[in-house]
Design a protein around this ligand. Structure first.
Ligand code: FES
Length: 217
């Protein structure tokens, strides 16, 4: 949880984990991220955590499926055997594509402005998913839901990092729950086989004031 005093606090994943060297990647979104983007070297932020579950690590070949800023959470998992399916709305929003080896990446955009047009799920059949020791995904719920349907039978061990409004981060406020599972404690990383396809995933979430709202995919 990253706290900007006087402004607010947001959950962010580490996008660099190299010994003591760590980083976060911030996208302009709400008031906290806008405040963070005004920071200058030497300004101070406050952190608490880490909280919740993490990805199951492997040194073997893994498949990394990222959408938009979701790539920030996946970046530390990239190794020299990784294959990436990296997507974004437009070519300008693609992140960390250069971290994959040549010929070990597929790029796709919603508008076709870079790489293939469409979502990673549209092209998953062109990749032999059995060759990967682990499959990781993070991105918009629209993307995860489509991937869920492609992976639930063949790779229930695939891991998704889920997103919900987080306030306390420690299992008290329930702002982050999906089907009674608190994403700050029982997630954010969940296995595909643990997701209830008939539940809230891809359908409903709580907004900032705690109202249950429909997710329009
Ligand atoms: S953020 Fe409060 S219970 Fe998860």
């Amino acid at each position: 949880m990253v706290w900007v005093p006087g402004v607010g606090e947001i959950p962010l994943s580490l996008s660099t984990i190299k010994g003591r060297r760590k980083s976060i990647t911030v996208k302009r979104y709400g008031i906290v991220s806008q405040a963070l983007l005004k920071y200058k070297p030497g300004d101070r932020i406050f952190l608490r955590g880490p909280y919740g579950t993490g990805f199951t690590l492997t040194e073997e070949r893994n498949l990394i499926i990222g959408g938009g800023s979701g790539m920030a959470a996946l970046r530390p998992l990239i190794n020299d055997k990784s294959f990436g399916m990296v997507s974004a709305k437009t070519g300008d929003e693609l992140l960390f594509t250069h971290e994959f080896k040549e010929n070990s990446i597929m790029i796709m955009t919603d508008d076709g402005s870079s790489g293939l047009k469409g979502f990673p799920s549209d092209y998953l059949e062109s990749v032999d998913i059995d060759q990967f020791a682990r499959i990781y995904a993070c991105g918009p719920e629209l993307m995860l839901k489509a991937l869920y349907h492609k992976l639930k039978d063949s790779r229930p061990d695939a891991e998704f990092s889920m997103e919900r409004i987080m306030k306390c981060g420690i299992g008290i406020c329930d702002s982050c729950s999906i089907d009674g599972r608190q994403i700050c404690v029982d997630g954010p990383v969940v296995r595909v086989g643990e997701i209830n396809p008939d539940g809230e995933f891809g359908h409903q979430k709580l907004d900032i004031s705690g109202r249950r709202i429909e997710i329009h995919l």
